[in-house]
Structures are given as structure tokens and as C-alpha cells.
Design a protein around this ligand. Sequence first.
Ligand code: UT7
Length: 327
Amino acid sequence: MQTGVSLVGVGSAKPSITLSNAELSQVVETSDEWITTRTGIQQRHVLQEGSLTSLATTAAQEALNMASTEAASVELIILATSTPDDLFGSATQVQAALGATQAAAFDLTAACSGFVFALATAAQYLRTGTFKTVLVIGADALSRWTDWSDRRTCVLFGDGAGAVVLKASDRDRLRGFELRSDGSMNACLNLSYAAESQELIPGKMVQKGTFQPVTMNGKEVYRFAVKRVPEVIEKALFRAGLSTADVDWLLLHQANQRILDAVAERLNIPSERVISNMARYGNTSAASIPIALDEAVRDGRVKAGDLIASSGFGAGLTWGAAIFEWL
Ligand code: UT7
């Protein structure tokens, strides 16, 4: 039985519409200078029309093409998202759009850590021999849940999707992972159900409501990220019998360029080994790692055999790291 896991294809998709810092300064009191120096973001892609499902499907199809894999041979689809088109789950919509008729499909929610959590989840099915081909997608459209009057959050997020194809293999290229959560800090970053009451019959109230836009204590989340992310990467490397000296690429959730720089410094990884597309995408939540991986593979930076230390972190709070070799 093959108990190893290999990543054999990657793809990504983004909405065609971009929103620049200058455009945002027409919406809230902010400036290109503040956003660029505090976050590294220059623009973000936002969904004007279309669905999260269509973004996720395009990313997944690209990954399948790179892997020369037919959709019909995919046995499992995990869609990491906090912003599905359907709260019952959008993975099945992606499954139908791809024609992945043999695949089980479900959503997984771990906010900006979603891709890493989904990767680790997918690996369990592959290692146990349950499935041989799995699609992991990270896709989010946080622009739908942004408070456009809150300058502390509305400048940060963008929309997009990224996907990888995983296969069972003799050689294990997913070398290690580590997943963590701390619900006691949940209030730092929320996209919460906003309950209202309605009277169903006299004297019997039931809830109704929608979701409140994203709220964040940026400073707390920043502090958490620069402390916990290096720790979790070092732990995952240790489990894999590796050290930071073995890492070819540091691929972090793209939340803030200053977080990327601080984590790289703590791990003693030089900046030329840090993958960043912050400037063009902003924070695309569960999509940010696979989008950045897709770009780095397609432009030739990441080569076969390169060791990548990836880490997602965010709401929950959740954080995790996955150490893998490309191809
Ligand atoms: O993806 C999930 C994980 N999320 C993260 O990792 C985000 C982590 N946090 C961060 O990246 C940063 O904390 C932010 C980018 C969100 C904020 O940067 P900061 O350096 O922590 O700024 P701050 O919140 O301390 O705000 C500094 C000042 C404040 O003004 P006062 O109170 O000093 O007068 C803010 O009101 O900057 C002000 N400010 C802004 N000014 C112009 C906050 N947002 C803006 C803005 N434009 N967009």
C-alpha cells in the first residue's frame, strides 16, 4: 500500500476586478502610503459578479490539468472556505461543476488556516489507503463580509481561490505538519452570526439573522501570529526530522508583509526565500497559500524537490504548518 502523499498539481483563480489603495481612499479615511507601509498591500481582487464556486472550480481545474488528472478520477474534494455560496457547503457545487462524479465532497472551515488544515485532513485519507486522489481547494470571498466603513479591516482582504491535487505515492513528500487552535482568543477575529428574534407563534420566539461583517483586533492577531507561527513551523520541521536550514521556501498565509518579514527573521530565513504576493492580492484567507504556491511554481521559482515550509494562521484562533516537497 502507498502511504506517502505527493502534491502533483496546483492552480489558482482570481476575480478580474481589482481595487487599488487609491480607490479605497475614496471609501474610508486612509491612504496608499498607510496601507503600503503597514501591510505591503497595493491592490486586491474582488468579486463583482460570479460565485465563489466558479473561482474554486477554475482553480481546481487548473490543478487537475497540471496533474494530468481527469476530474472523474478524483475521490475526495475538500473545500476550505469561510465564505461558501451555500452554508450547507459549496464543495458539492464544485464537484458538479468539475464533473468529479466519483468524489465525496465537503467544506472545511478553519478561516485563514483552512488550506493547511485541509491538506493535513486530506493526507489522512491518502495515508490510510482510503483514497488515492484528493483535491484540496482554499477559496474565500471576504469582500462579501467586509465592513466598508471600517478602515481597520476593509483595506486588508481580497478574493480568490487556489487548489492542489494530492496523490497517494511511495515517496512521502508531505514531510510533517502541526495544527493548533486557541478558542479562548476567538473574539480577536470574527465573522459572527448576528442573531435577531422573531415571534413564531404568540409567546414562542425563534432566532433569525444574518452575519455581522468581519471584526478584528489587528494588534492582538499580529502579536499572536509573529509568536505562534515560527513556533509551529519549527515544531512541524522537527517532526519531519528537518530544520530551517533545509527550507527552500517560506510560504506563509499572506496576511501582512510585516508578519512575513518578522517570521522569516525569527526563523533566520533570508527574504529571497520568502514567497509573497501580498502587494497584488491582499489577504485572501484560505486561498492565499495555494495562490502564492501556484504563482511560484508557474514562474519557475519553486522547482521539483524544493522543500516548502507553509503556515496558515487566523480566526478561531487557528494556526498550523505543513512541510512538503514540491512534486
Ligand atoms: O488573516 C487573518 C490574520 N490577520 C492578521 O494577521 C492581521 C494582523 N494584524 C495586522 O496585520 C495589523 O495589526 C493591521 C494591518 C491590521 C493594523 O496595523 P497596525 O500597525 O497594528 O495598526 P493599528 O491597528 O495599531 O493602528 C494604528 C493607527 C490607528 O490610529 P491611532 O489610534 O494611532 O490614531 C488606526 O486608527 O492607524 C490607524 N489606522 C489606519 N489609518 C489609515 C488603522 N487602519 C488604518 C487605515 N488607514 N486603513
